[in-house]
Design a protein around this ligand. Structure first.
Ligand code: ZN
Length: 64
């Protein structure tokens, strides 16, 4: 399984697949069993499990 870096609330991350709105950066709102993300462009919220996020994670853009 892919591994995630140590993410914290407030970090900005980039996913491999862009959101339908065209934005590929997300703000981390919650970490733990599940990860809550907010699209930086349209503000849509997404909830992913660790495994799901590890699979689509590309890079950490900003470390808060
Ligand atoms: Zn979006």
């Amino acid at each position: 399984m892919d591994r995630l870096p140590d993410l914290a609330v407030g970090d900005i991350i980039r996913l491999k697949k862009p959101h339908p709105c065209g934005c590929d950066t997300w703000e981390v709102l919650r970490v733990g069993m599940d990860y809550n993300l907010r699209c930086q462009e349209c503000g849509r919220l997404a909830q992913l499990t660790y495994a799901e996020l590890a699979k689509s994670f590309k890079e950490q853009v900003k470390d808060k």
